[in-house]
Design a protein around this ligand. Structure first.
Ligand code: NDP
Length: 250
Protein backbone atom coordinates (compact mmCIF):
# COMPACT_ATOMS: atom_id res chain seq x y z
CA UNK A 1 0.00 0.00 0.00
CA UNK A 2 2.30 2.71 -1.29
CA UNK A 3 -0.21 5.58 -1.03
CA UNK A 4 -2.10 4.53 2.08
CA UNK A 5 -3.91 7.46 3.71
CA UNK A 6 -2.89 9.95 1.03
CA UNK A 7 -5.38 12.12 -0.83
CA UNK A 8 -4.68 12.15 -4.55
CA UNK A 9 -6.33 14.30 -7.23
CA UNK A 10 -6.32 13.19 -10.88
CA UNK A 11 -7.49 15.61 -13.59
CA UNK A 12 -8.91 14.13 -16.78
CA UNK A 13 -9.55 11.08 -14.62
CA UNK A 14 -12.57 9.67 -16.48
CA UNK A 15 -10.63 8.12 -19.37
CA UNK A 16 -7.39 6.56 -20.56
CA UNK A 17 -4.23 7.25 -18.57
CA UNK A 18 -6.08 9.31 -15.96
CA UNK A 19 -8.63 6.57 -15.24
CA UNK A 20 -5.89 3.93 -14.99
CA UNK A 21 -4.08 6.17 -12.50
CA UNK A 22 -7.21 6.64 -10.41
CA UNK A 23 -7.55 2.85 -10.23
CA UNK A 24 -3.87 2.28 -9.34
CA UNK A 25 -3.99 4.97 -6.62
CA UNK A 26 -7.07 3.33 -5.10
CA UNK A 27 -5.33 -0.07 -5.16
CA UNK A 28 -2.41 1.54 -3.31
CA UNK A 29 -4.69 2.76 -0.51
CA UNK A 30 -5.29 6.42 -1.43
CA UNK A 31 -8.46 8.48 -1.29
CA UNK A 32 -8.88 9.71 -4.85
CA UNK A 33 -10.71 12.66 -6.40
CA UNK A 34 -11.49 11.86 -10.03
CA UNK A 35 -11.83 15.27 -11.70
CA UNK A 36 -12.99 15.69 -15.27
CA UNK A 37 -15.30 17.77 -17.43
CA UNK A 38 -18.92 17.94 -16.27
CA UNK A 39 -20.94 15.09 -17.77
CA UNK A 40 -21.96 11.54 -16.95
CA UNK A 41 -18.64 9.75 -17.61
CA UNK A 42 -16.72 10.96 -14.56
CA UNK A 43 -19.56 10.35 -12.10
CA UNK A 44 -20.20 6.86 -13.46
CA UNK A 45 -16.52 5.84 -13.35
CA UNK A 46 -16.13 7.17 -9.80
CA UNK A 47 -19.29 5.41 -8.65
CA UNK A 48 -18.11 2.06 -10.05
CA UNK A 49 -14.71 2.45 -8.39
CA UNK A 50 -16.18 3.62 -5.09
CA UNK A 51 -18.18 0.38 -4.91
CA UNK A 52 -14.87 -1.54 -4.85
CA UNK A 53 -13.14 1.01 -2.57
CA UNK A 54 -15.95 2.34 -0.33
CA UNK A 55 -15.72 6.01 0.60
CA UNK A 56 -12.43 6.50 -1.24
CA UNK A 57 -13.37 7.65 -4.77
CA UNK A 58 -15.20 10.88 -5.49
CA UNK A 59 -16.01 12.63 -8.77
CA UNK A 60 -15.66 16.41 -8.86
CA UNK A 61 -16.40 18.21 -12.14
CA UNK A 62 -13.74 20.63 -13.31
CA UNK A 63 -12.73 22.19 -16.61
CA UNK A 64 -9.03 23.01 -16.28
CA UNK A 65 -9.45 26.07 -18.52
CA UNK A 66 -11.35 27.81 -15.68
CA UNK A 67 -9.28 29.26 -12.82
CA UNK A 68 -12.42 29.51 -10.66
CA UNK A 69 -13.28 25.83 -11.21
CA UNK A 70 -9.71 24.72 -10.55
CA UNK A 71 -9.44 26.73 -7.32
CA UNK A 72 -12.82 25.35 -6.22
CA UNK A 73 -11.67 21.80 -7.06
CA UNK A 74 -8.70 22.08 -4.71
CA UNK A 75 -10.87 23.63 -1.97
CA UNK A 76 -13.52 20.90 -2.34
CA UNK A 77 -10.89 18.14 -2.30
CA UNK A 78 -9.45 19.43 0.97
CA UNK A 79 -12.94 19.95 2.43
CA UNK A 80 -13.86 16.36 1.57
CA UNK A 81 -10.69 14.50 2.55
CA UNK A 82 -8.81 16.95 4.83
CA UNK A 83 -5.60 17.36 2.82
CA UNK A 84 -4.07 17.19 -0.64
CA UNK A 85 -1.02 14.93 -0.82
CA UNK A 86 -0.67 14.32 -4.55
CA UNK A 87 -1.87 15.59 -7.91
CA UNK A 88 -1.67 13.97 -11.32
CA UNK A 89 -2.04 16.87 -13.73
CA UNK A 90 -3.25 14.75 -16.64
CA UNK A 91 -6.15 16.44 -18.46
CA UNK A 92 -5.24 17.00 -22.08
CA UNK A 93 -6.42 16.94 -25.66
CA UNK A 94 -4.76 16.06 -28.97
CA UNK A 95 -4.64 18.27 -32.03
CA UNK A 96 -3.23 17.60 -35.50
CA UNK A 97 -2.91 20.48 -37.94
CA UNK A 98 -0.23 21.78 -40.26
CA UNK A 99 1.14 25.01 -38.78
CA UNK A 100 0.19 27.12 -41.79
CA UNK A 101 -3.48 26.34 -41.34
CA UNK A 102 -3.66 26.42 -37.54
CA UNK A 103 -6.16 29.06 -36.44
CA UNK A 104 -5.39 31.18 -33.36
CA UNK A 105 -8.45 29.71 -31.71
CA UNK A 106 -7.47 26.07 -32.23
CA UNK A 107 -3.82 26.67 -31.28
CA UNK A 108 -4.69 28.56 -28.10
CA UNK A 109 -7.29 25.95 -27.11
CA UNK A 110 -4.61 23.22 -27.02
CA UNK A 111 -2.29 25.47 -25.00
CA UNK A 112 -5.09 26.49 -22.64
CA UNK A 113 -5.87 22.89 -21.68
CA UNK A 114 -2.49 21.14 -22.03
CA UNK A 115 -0.18 23.85 -20.65
CA UNK A 116 -2.05 26.65 -18.87
CA UNK A 117 -4.42 24.06 -17.40
CA UNK A 118 -1.44 22.25 -15.88
CA UNK A 119 -0.20 25.57 -14.46
CA UNK A 120 -3.63 26.48 -12.99
CA UNK A 121 -3.95 23.15 -11.19
CA UNK A 122 -0.33 23.20 -9.98
CA UNK A 123 -0.65 26.78 -8.70
CA UNK A 124 -3.77 25.98 -6.67
CA UNK A 125 -2.26 22.72 -5.41
CA UNK A 126 1.02 24.38 -4.39
CA UNK A 127 -0.85 26.96 -2.27
CA UNK A 128 -2.42 24.11 -0.30
CA UNK A 129 0.72 21.95 -0.21
CA UNK A 130 2.91 24.84 0.99
CA UNK A 131 0.59 25.21 4.00
CA UNK A 132 0.91 21.48 4.69
CA UNK A 133 4.64 21.55 3.86
CA UNK A 134 4.24 18.31 1.96
CA UNK A 135 2.98 17.09 -1.39
CA UNK A 136 3.87 15.66 -4.77
CA UNK A 137 2.73 16.92 -8.16
CA UNK A 138 3.14 14.88 -11.33
CA UNK A 139 2.53 16.61 -14.65
CA UNK A 140 1.72 14.72 -17.84
CA UNK A 141 4.18 15.63 -20.58
CA UNK A 142 4.91 13.44 -23.62
CA UNK A 143 7.63 12.27 -25.95
CA UNK A 144 6.50 15.39 -27.82
CA UNK A 145 7.80 17.44 -24.91
CA UNK A 146 11.30 16.51 -26.12
CA UNK A 147 10.80 16.04 -29.88
CA UNK A 148 8.94 17.89 -32.58
CA UNK A 149 6.56 16.11 -34.91
CA UNK A 150 4.80 17.38 -38.03
CA UNK A 151 1.19 18.51 -37.49
CA UNK A 152 1.69 19.05 -33.74
CA UNK A 153 2.69 22.73 -33.51
CA UNK A 154 0.33 23.38 -30.60
CA UNK A 155 0.56 20.01 -28.84
CA UNK A 156 4.37 19.74 -28.91
CA UNK A 157 4.70 23.39 -27.84
CA UNK A 158 2.41 22.73 -24.89
CA UNK A 159 4.19 19.55 -23.86
CA UNK A 160 7.62 21.16 -24.16
CA UNK A 161 6.26 23.87 -21.90
CA UNK A 162 5.06 21.29 -19.39
CA UNK A 163 8.59 19.85 -19.16
CA UNK A 164 10.19 23.18 -18.32
CA UNK A 165 7.28 24.31 -16.13
CA UNK A 166 7.87 21.13 -14.12
CA UNK A 167 11.54 22.00 -13.59
CA UNK A 168 10.80 25.58 -12.52
CA UNK A 169 8.02 24.57 -10.12
CA UNK A 170 10.30 21.88 -8.68
CA UNK A 171 12.92 24.52 -7.87
CA UNK A 172 10.39 26.89 -6.30
CA UNK A 173 8.78 24.12 -4.24
CA UNK A 174 11.97 22.34 -3.16
CA UNK A 175 12.41 24.20 0.13
CA UNK A 176 8.73 23.86 1.02
CA UNK A 177 8.45 20.10 1.23
CA UNK A 178 6.83 19.69 -2.18
CA UNK A 179 8.16 17.68 -5.16
CA UNK A 180 7.16 18.31 -8.78
CA UNK A 181 7.92 15.80 -11.55
CA UNK A 182 6.62 14.81 -14.97
CA UNK A 183 5.99 11.63 -16.89
CA UNK A 184 6.67 11.42 -20.61
CA UNK A 185 4.46 8.78 -22.23
CA UNK A 186 5.14 7.36 -25.66
CA UNK A 187 2.08 6.47 -27.71
CA UNK A 188 -0.39 4.87 -25.32
CA UNK A 189 -3.46 2.91 -26.38
CA UNK A 190 -6.23 5.23 -25.14
CA UNK A 191 -9.31 6.95 -26.64
CA UNK A 192 -6.94 9.80 -27.65
CA UNK A 193 -5.65 7.49 -30.43
CA UNK A 194 -9.07 6.11 -31.36
CA UNK A 195 -9.28 8.08 -34.62
CA UNK A 196 -6.20 6.38 -36.10
CA UNK A 197 -6.64 3.89 -38.95
CA UNK A 198 -4.73 0.57 -38.98
CA UNK A 199 -1.84 1.91 -41.08
CA UNK A 200 -1.29 4.92 -38.85
CA UNK A 201 -1.38 2.67 -35.81
CA UNK A 202 1.26 0.34 -37.28
CA UNK A 203 3.43 3.35 -38.11
CA UNK A 204 3.25 4.48 -34.48
CA UNK A 205 4.08 1.00 -33.19
CA UNK A 206 7.22 1.01 -35.37
CA UNK A 207 8.48 4.11 -33.53
CA UNK A 208 8.78 2.17 -30.25
CA UNK A 209 11.77 -0.20 -29.87
CA UNK A 210 9.65 -2.43 -27.58
CA UNK A 211 7.45 -3.05 -30.63
CA UNK A 212 4.02 -2.05 -29.35
CA UNK A 213 1.98 0.84 -27.99
CA UNK A 214 1.99 1.43 -24.25
CA UNK A 215 -0.87 0.57 -21.93
CA UNK A 216 -2.47 3.22 -19.68
CA UNK A 217 -1.59 1.27 -16.53
CA UNK A 218 2.10 1.34 -17.48
CA UNK A 219 2.02 5.15 -17.23
CA UNK A 220 -0.09 4.91 -14.08
CA UNK A 221 2.60 2.76 -12.43
CA UNK A 222 5.20 5.47 -13.03
CA UNK A 223 2.85 8.13 -11.67
CA UNK A 224 2.20 6.10 -8.52
CA UNK A 225 5.95 5.85 -7.96
CA UNK A 226 6.45 9.62 -8.30
CA UNK A 227 3.48 10.35 -6.04
CA UNK A 228 4.74 7.95 -3.38
CA UNK A 229 7.37 8.47 -0.69
CA UNK A 230 9.59 6.00 -2.60
CA UNK A 231 10.43 8.97 -4.85
CA UNK A 232 11.33 11.21 -1.88
CA UNK A 233 14.65 12.38 -3.45
CA UNK A 234 13.24 12.87 -6.96
CA UNK A 235 12.10 16.31 -8.08
CA UNK A 236 12.23 18.18 -11.39
CA UNK A 237 12.55 14.86 -13.22
CA UNK A 238 10.96 13.75 -16.48
CA UNK A 239 10.36 10.00 -16.29
CA UNK A 240 9.89 8.61 -19.80
CA UNK A 241 7.38 5.76 -20.22
CA UNK A 242 7.88 5.37 -23.93
CA UNK A 243 8.99 1.84 -24.88
CA UNK A 244 12.42 3.19 -25.78
CA UNK A 245 11.13 5.88 -28.21
CA UNK A 246 13.50 8.56 -26.89
CA UNK A 247 16.50 6.20 -26.58
CA UNK A 248 17.38 6.85 -30.22
CA UNK A 249 17.22 4.95 -33.50
CA UNK A 250 18.35 1.31 -33.71
P1 NDP B 1 -8.08 10.65 -23.01
O1 NDP B 1 -8.73 11.44 -24.08
O2 NDP B 1 -8.39 9.19 -22.89
O3 NDP B 1 -8.31 11.33 -21.57
C1 NDP B 1 -8.18 12.70 -21.37
C2 NDP B 1 -9.23 13.14 -20.38
O4 NDP B 1 -9.08 14.57 -20.17
C3 NDP B 1 -10.65 12.91 -20.91
O5 NDP B 1 -11.48 12.39 -19.90
C4 NDP B 1 -11.08 14.31 -21.31
O6 NDP B 1 -12.47 14.50 -21.28
C5 NDP B 1 -10.38 15.14 -20.25
N1 NDP B 1 -10.35 16.55 -20.60
C6 NDP B 1 -10.27 17.11 -21.85
N2 NDP B 1 -10.32 18.45 -21.76
C7 NDP B 1 -10.43 18.76 -20.44
C8 NDP B 1 -10.56 19.97 -19.71
N3 NDP B 1 -10.59 21.16 -20.34
N4 NDP B 1 -10.65 19.92 -18.36
C9 NDP B 1 -10.66 18.73 -17.72
N5 NDP B 1 -10.57 17.54 -18.35
C10 NDP B 1 -10.45 17.56 -19.70
O7 NDP B 1 -6.51 10.86 -23.25
P2 NDP B 1 -5.20 10.09 -22.70
O8 NDP B 1 -5.50 9.30 -21.49
O9 NDP B 1 -4.56 9.46 -23.85
O10 NDP B 1 -4.31 11.37 -22.33
C11 NDP B 1 -4.08 11.77 -20.99
C12 NDP B 1 -2.83 12.65 -20.98
O11 NDP B 1 -1.74 11.91 -21.51
C13 NDP B 1 -2.95 13.91 -21.84
O12 NDP B 1 -2.31 14.99 -21.18
C14 NDP B 1 -2.19 13.52 -23.10
O13 NDP B 1 -1.68 14.64 -23.76
C15 NDP B 1 -1.10 12.67 -22.50
N6 NDP B 1 -0.43 11.77 -23.44
C16 NDP B 1 -1.14 10.81 -24.10
C17 NDP B 1 -0.50 9.98 -24.98
C18 NDP B 1 -1.21 8.91 -25.75
O14 NDP B 1 -0.59 8.34 -26.67
N7 NDP B 1 -2.45 8.56 -25.42
C19 NDP B 1 0.94 10.13 -25.27
C20 NDP B 1 1.59 11.16 -24.47
C21 NDP B 1 0.91 11.95 -23.60
P3 NDP B 1 -13.31 14.24 -22.67
O15 NDP B 1 -13.09 12.80 -23.04
O16 NDP B 1 -14.71 14.56 -22.27
O17 NDP B 1 -12.73 15.20 -23.68
Amino acid sequence: MRLKGKTILVTGGASGIGLATVERCLQEGAQVVLADLPGPAGGLRAQELDEHHPGRCLFLPCDVTSTDQVDQLIADTVAQFGSLDGVFNNAGIGGMNPADSYSDEAFLRVLDINLTGVFRVARAALRQMYQQRRGSIVNCASILGLFGQTMTAAYSTAKGGVVNLTRTLALEAATKGVRVNAVGPGYIDTPLLAALDANAREALIDLHPLGRLGRPEEVANAVVYLLSDEASFTTGALLMVDGGFTAGKS
